[in-house]
Design a protein around this ligand. Structure first.
Ligand SMILES: NC(=O)c1ccc[n+]([C@@H]2O[C@H](COP(=O)([O-])OP(=O)(O)OC[C@H]3O[C@@H](n4cnc5c(N)ncnc54)[C@H](O)[C@@H]3O)[C@@H](O)[C@H]2O)c1
Ligand SMILES: [Zn+2]
Length: 365
């Protein structure tokens, strides 16, 4: 059994409509690719070494069975590869294999592969189609949905990019079984974030299904991924180019990013987002938006999943400086996302240094 979510928006000049399919194998992929890859189109399978080694052959076999000519471009796993050098190599690969506008790229992997493939597809020949086959929890619940693609430039994260929607987003949940536990938790941080900003019912569901999620139980994973995708889909449909509401997804990211950067990217993004959420929830509690009990419950949820709850070796000054110099700070004014209540978030621009310092006390050793 699989679940489907339709993503449609007519809000931009480029209206779009595609399906997210959530299932537990690659069985359905062939029939879903059929209408997309007909009439002699070629496919470029783009992946990283790790994911290609695990699942590449299965995808190649499916394409082979369909009689689709498939060329493979694989790069070293990790954020270090998400840059214009790899994009240039991908362009060369596509040119060498004579890819034309009607051909299709297939991104098999986590957010790095999805962002890089999406950006390559968005820009090669002014845009060719692409398909997402996300294999991390983060990619299945967040990065593969919504059409934000891009790469890092020098030390600036996601500095170069484009909006480019996929033709299909095919999620095989079984791939999460080979995912490292820390990677899983990193993605789960963003899932909990989605529930905290948009859906109190989902947040309570996560709290009550802690054990099933923690042990990757099938039904719980399916329900969780489905609900997280619906939240992201709804936001993307209403705000496809991040003019307003989509900014709420940055809950936990203001201080989270700063901590991530100041710690020299030694922690995973989602781990830092969790720290950032604890800080944002703390400020929300101090302002009287959420109760102390609600703050404690959220803290306990993160603790029970085994997240790093405190970080050492950073100075508050350095972290706050990093917040002010973030690319999302407009003229030095920091856009902070706070929890106005559980399941609802607001953008505020008046969080003081003192509030940030007190919140950092909660997450500093
Ligand atoms: N486009 C967006 O809207 C958006 C949103 C959030 C994050 N992102 C981006 O996503 C990226 C992070 O994505 P990520 O966390 O998926 O990282 P990732 O793609 O680097 O994957 C993490 C690691 O897990 C490995 N891996 C992937 N799937 C696996 C599997 N099933 N089994 C075993 N190993 C597997 C990868 O090889 C890699 O080493 C960042 O670059 C971030 O900027 C984009
Ligand atoms: Zn994030």
């Amino acid at each position: 059994m699989s679940k489907r979510i339709d993503v449609t928006s007519h809000k931009t000049d480029d209206s779009f409509s595609y399906d997210i399919v959530i299932t537990d194998g690659f069985r359905e992929l062939g029939s879903l690719l059929e209408p997309v890859l007909k009439e002699g189109k070629k496919a470029a399978l783009i992946s990283d070494e790790q994911v290609y080694g695990l699942y590449g052959k299965e995808i190649e076999d499916i394409l082979d069975e369909m009689g689709i000519s498939c060329s493979v471009f694989v790069f070293a796993a990790g954020e270090e590869s998400k840059n214009l050098d790899t994009v240039r190599d991908a362009y060369e690969f596509l040119i060498k294999n004579r890819f034309e506008r009607r051909d299709v790229c297939i991104a098999l992997g986590g957010g790095v592969v999805g962002d890089l493939t999406g950006f390559t597809a968005a820009t090669y020949l002014r845009g060719i189609s692409f398909i997402q086959i996300p294999t991390t929890l983060l990619a299945q619940t967040d990065s593969s949905i919504g059409g934000k693609t891009g790469v890092d430039f020098k030390h600036f994260k996601n500095m170069v990019g484009a909006f480019h929607q996929p033709l299909l987003c095919y999620m095989n949940m079984s791939t999460l079984k080979t995912l490292d536990r820390r990677q899983f938790l990193s993605g789960l941080g963003e899932v909990i974030k989605a529930s905290l900003i948009k859906d109190e019912g989902f947040y309570n569901w996560i709290r009550s299904h802690f054990a099933e999620i923690d042990s990757l139980e099938h039904d719980a994973l399916e329900e969780m991924i489905y609900r997280a995708c619906v939240i992201k889909r709804d936001i993307v449909q209403r705000d496809p180019t991040e003019k307003g509401e989509r900014a709420l997804l940055n809950f936990g990211h203001t201080l989270g990013h700063a901590v991530e950067k100041c710690a020299g990217f030694s922690f995973f993004h989602g781990e830092c987002v969790v720290l950032g959420m604890i800080a944002a929830l703390y400020i929300s509690m101090k302002r009287g938006y959420i109760t102390e009990t609600e703050y404690d419950e959220a803290y306990e949820l993160f603790r029970s999943f085994g997240y790093t709850m405190k970080i050492g070796g950073l100075s508050k000054e350095e972290v706050i400086d990093a917040v002010r110099s973030d690319k999302k700070a407009e003229a030095g004014i920091v856009k902070f996302i706070l929890s106005e209540r559980i399941g609802s978030a607001v953008i505020v621009r008046d969080v003081t240094d003192q509030e940030m310092e007190e919140a950092l006390d909660m997450i500093f050793e």
